[in-house]
Write a protein that binds this ligand. Structure first.
Ligand code: ZN
Length: 84
């Protein structure tokens, strides 16, 4: 094997590592974006403690002709007590 061939092989190997890393990074960031969209596509505000929570994780209560979202059952109870 000539030294030149070894150099070429070495560069191909480095190129392979770079491509692999870039593809892995792009794949991971797209997975992360998908997960974020699914979990926190829409943020809702808890009227009691004024915290923003992802709609999917919030506790929804129908009150006064509208759906109100809460971070926890405690906040929902407080709201329902106040608003009948
Ligand atoms: Zn709350």
């Amino acid at each position: 094997m000539s030294a030149r061939l070894l150099v070429i092989l070495f560069f191909l190997f480095v190129l392979y590592l770079v491509v692999k890393t870039v593809i892995g990074f792009v794949y991971l960031s797209s997975q992360r974006r998908k997960r974020r969209e699914r979990l926190g596509g829409e943020m809702v505000k808890d009227p009691i403690c004024e915290t923003y929570i992802p709609k999917a994780a919030a506790i929804a209560k129908y009150s006064g002709g509208q759906t109100v979202y809460f971070c926890s059952q405690e906040c929902a109870d407080v709201y329902l007590k106040k608003n009948g």
